[in-house]
Design a protein around this ligand. Structure first.
Ligand code: PMT
Length: 397
């Protein structure tokens, strides 16, 4: 089950150049399990075709308050009752002003007035229009009424201006919507996740590390929070935004990660070891930059402590889930790690394939326990993370 499974969402598309992104928003919501119906305003129709939206949403696009045929199949009141959530993206300045005044002169504004579900608005307009006092007042008024605003981004606009007013990215919009539909699969549970790569100093300038971006770990963090868990993150080197609803501890080396995990593990119910931890570090860290003509041409290494193994050895250990980053002999190596580290499950991913695993936006994994292995098919890391959390809950809680 994904975050938006069985959720019914109306996407209102109003008149803004960013309406061309609306089919992508539909797809992102569907990827998370939602059924989507689209209401297209007259202005929106100028920027995106009904056919595109109909094709991606697999539903007739609703656009006319006075269409008696449409009213017979699903009229404005039925539409309003059908929805679990209405999101207007892009929301033009005119549409926002109409919401403030409670106007009901087209299908979208009428459905909003008739709806009792949550309403979200993702503004998109010229930066000067967005900065106007009228717009600020209008957005404040909507917020006061419980409408959630997805702030626009900053950057170059279609008109050539630079400023705030660009529609938030479809992935960001889908995330904000999912946040409303938290589940309680891990309600009352505490989860600690290690994320990213560790960095092992050679001298003040150089280091040993790896390509972990933190995408997989942060997707798990998001899924864990969505499932209602109190989530702690021990974060190494990453290149993604940090989930701000979690408790965060930042570390650099494997030693620091080991210390942070051991300090915080005692009251956890679940430990997910997603970090790419260096197995070795240089025996000595040179206090000064090693010179090109130095006699030292080799770096002697010493083994780091194994964080996952050490957590699995604790007397009152939490449920422990490790990862296996493999490039060959996949299932054998992963099963070996499951046994050697004595964890409850291992998630195997192929890090030799640049389309999945390290740095990529997608992954494909096997969830392995002593009872066998289950494949989680290739998908975005967010969806894979949700499926992993669902499997963990089913197996262990
Ligand atoms: O961050 P991304 O770019 O999204 O990439 C995600 C990922 C490929 C890094 C992730 O999916 C992944 O596979 N993480 C584990 C990487 C790893 O170190 O695998 P390993 O097979 O070397 O280690 C096995 C397990 O032991 C892992 O759970 C690891 O966190 C843990 N370990 C390893 C060494 C060590 N000293 N301490 C550990 O806890």
């Amino acid at each position: 089950m994904s975050t938006l499974t069985n959720k019914r969402i109306i996407l209102g598309v109003s008149g803004s150049i960013a309406a061309y992104k609306s089919p992508d928003i539909v797809r992102r919501l569907q990827d998370l399990g939602a059924e989507v119906r689209v209401i297209l305003t007259t202005g929106g129709r100028e920027f995106v075709s009904e056919r595109s939206l109909q094709t991606v949403s697999k539903n007739k696009v609703h656009d006319n308050l006075w269409d008696s045929e449409a009213e017979l199949s699903m009229g404005h009141i039925e539409l309003a009752k059908w929805a679990d959530l209405i999101i207007i993206a892009p929301a033009s300045a005119n549409t926002i002003a109409k919401l403030c005044h409670g106007k009901a002169d087209d299908l979208l504004s009428t459905v909003i007035l008739a709806a009792s579900c949550s309403v979200m608005v993702a503004p998109s307009m010229n930066q000067q229009m967005y900065a106007s006092l009228a717009m600020k007042d209008n957005l404040q008024l909507l917020q006061k009424r419980g409408v959630r605003i997805i702030d626009p981004g900053f950057g170059e606009q279609a008109c050539g201006d630079i400023g705030e007013g660009r529609l938030a990215e479809p992935s960001e919009i889908a995330r904000k919507i999912s946040e409303i539909f938290q589940n309680s699969l891990l309600g009352g549970k505490r989860v600690l996740i290690t994320i990213g790569g560790t960095v092992e100093a050679i001298d003040p300038v150089r280091f040993l590390s790896n390509h972990s971006s933190g995408k997989m770990g942060m997707a798990l963090a998001y899924a864990s929070i969505q499932a209602g868990a109190e989530t702690t993150l021990v974060i190494g080197s990453i290149s993604v935004d940090v989930e701000n609803r979690a408790k965060t501890i930042f570390v650099t080396s494997a030693n620091e990660m080991h210390e942070a995990v051991m300090k915080n593990i005692h009251d956890q119910d679940l430990f997910i070891s997603c970090a790419a931890v260096a197995d070795y570090r240089p025996t000595k860290v040179s206090p000064n930059k090693i010179k090109k003509n130095s006699s030292q041409k080799t770096i002697e290494l010493v083994a780091n402590k194994d964080i996952l193994s050490d957590v699995c050895k604790l007397k009152n250990k939490p449920i422990c889930i490790g990862f296996a980053a493999e490039t060959e002999n996949y299932l054998n190596n992963a099963n070996q790690k499951l046994k050697n580290k004595n964890c409850d499950a291992i998630i195997l991913n192929d890090v030799s394939n640049s389309k999945i695993g390290l740095k990529s936006d997608e992954n494909e994994v096997y969830f392995i326990t002593s009872n066998g292995s289950d494949k989680i098919n290739k998908n975005t890391k967010q969806i894979v993370a949700e499926k992993i959390i669902n499997k963990i809950v089913k197996e262990f809680f």
